[in-house]
Design a protein around this ligand. Structure first.
Ligand code: V47
Length: 353
């Protein structure tokens, strides 16, 4: 097969080649992805000790896949006060967190300064905690709502202590699918442009892909290739994170969740295609812990972190309402034959456990 030759010669795959990868036998695909993983990372599996905070669920936008937003189905609106947010970070800092991952809905009532002050007060009180915050979708919302440019918002993020950007809001880049699942929010081109502007400041970010809803395999490949192109330009993405769609409490009536095989193939293909993104993250909250551990043999070298509490995906059925204890995480990685390596948010190694 041509593709196998190309891979042997370490040639880049194009769109048609990549789509055909899905037709390979799962184990053949896994072996190819695992070989690349081992060349890049050996048996190391990265994780971090982190805490997710989702400060408000009130949202101006209506995404069909979302179970978190309080604008429609969810009657339980909330907006945390800055004191509550500080208290949450304070409690978690006792557990040794090195990162807070802050993602909110697009709340038009708080004012811009409320969003920014969340970062400022955390940085002032906990200067050593890395703040990963504001998705490109939130940046687009804030710029539009307050009549500012993306650069304006990015400068304010930097001033207020944001260290890196999470990969959320990417969903699926294909414009037709995007219109159906989240029309009205940040477009694909805007999402990519915002990350490019952020990278131009010498800063890093992640990239996600929401899959397992109404998209096809071709749409996933297209998504990954658009990311590969931007990464060639900027080199700013730390990790690619395929997010497995959670089917509960949302408007996309997906009856058949993806099979484990399809999820593993997608991780493996990501590892093969994204030769310029170092880390493939099997985010256990959406893949399940069990599958994330297997994904280590299919190209994934990162399992995200301990999380502590997460509200967006758990609203749709993910297992992340509560996190995992560090020791349990470490034991799971070890028992599955890999070496747990605690990392910081930009992938410096902190401790081999
Ligand atoms: O963009 C929403 C997703 C994302 C559902 O950068 C859903 O390290 C599955 O981006 N089923 C936010 N997913 C979370 C996110 C993230 C998570 C972990 C690590 C990082 C990182 C980023 O959650 C949204 C959206 O794609 N999401 N609803 C759902 N029903």
């Amino acid at each position: 097969m041509d593709i196998l030759k190309k891979l042997e010669n370490k040639e880049r795959l194009n769109f048609d080649d990549a789509v055909k990868l899905y037709d390979l036998d799962l184990f053949e695909l896994g072996m190819i992805a695992n070989q690349i993983r081992e060349e890049k990372h050996g048996k190391k599996t990265y994780f971090n000790i982190n805490r997710h905070i989702n400060p408000t669920n009130i949202c101006k936008d209506v995404c069909q896949f979302c179970a978190y937003s309080a604008s429609r189905k969810n009657p339980n609106q909330y907006t945390m006060t800055h004191e509550q947010i500080l208290e949450a970070v304070g409690n978690s800092s006792k557990n040794g967190i090195k990162e807070v991952h802050i993602v909110s809905a697009h709340n038009p009532h708080t004012g811009l300064q409320w969003y920014l002050d969340v970062f400022k007060i955390i940085k002032e009180k906990f200067p050593s905690i890395h703040i990963k915050a504001l998705t490109a979708a939130e940046i687009h919302f804030l710029a539009t709502e307050y009549n500012l440019t993306y650069e304006d918002i990015i400068s304010k993020m930097l001033e207020h202590g944001v260290d890196s950007m999470p990969g959320g809001g990417a969903e699926i880049f294909d414009e037709k699918v995007r219109k159906r699942i989240c029309g009205g929010k940040v477009s694909s081109e805007q999402w990519l442009n915002i990350h490019k502007l952020w990278h131009n400041h010498g800063k890093h970010s992640n990239a996600t892909m929401l899959f397992g809803h109404i998209e096809t395999r071709e749409h996933r490949i297209d998504h990954m290739l658009r990311l590969r192109n931007l990464q060639d330009e900027t080199g700013g993405f730390n990790a690619f994170i395929p997010l497995v769609f959670q089917t509960k409490n949302n408007y996309l009536k997906v009856k058949e969740p993806l099979t484990g095989q399809e999820i593993l193939k997608t991780y493996a293909i990501a590892r093969i295609l994204l030769d310029n993104i170092s880390n493939i993250k099997a985010y256990w909250a959406t893949s399940t812990v069990k599958l994330a551990l297997i994904a280590q043999e299919f190209g994934a070298n990162d399992l995200d972190g301990t999380i502590e509490k997460e509200s967006i995906q758990s609203a749709a059925g993910a297992q992340s309402a509560h996190g995992v204890q560090v020791q349990q995480f470490v034991d799971l990685i070890k028992n599955s034959g890999f070496t747990p390596v605690e990392r910081d948010s930009v992938y410096n190694e902190l401790k081999v456990w």
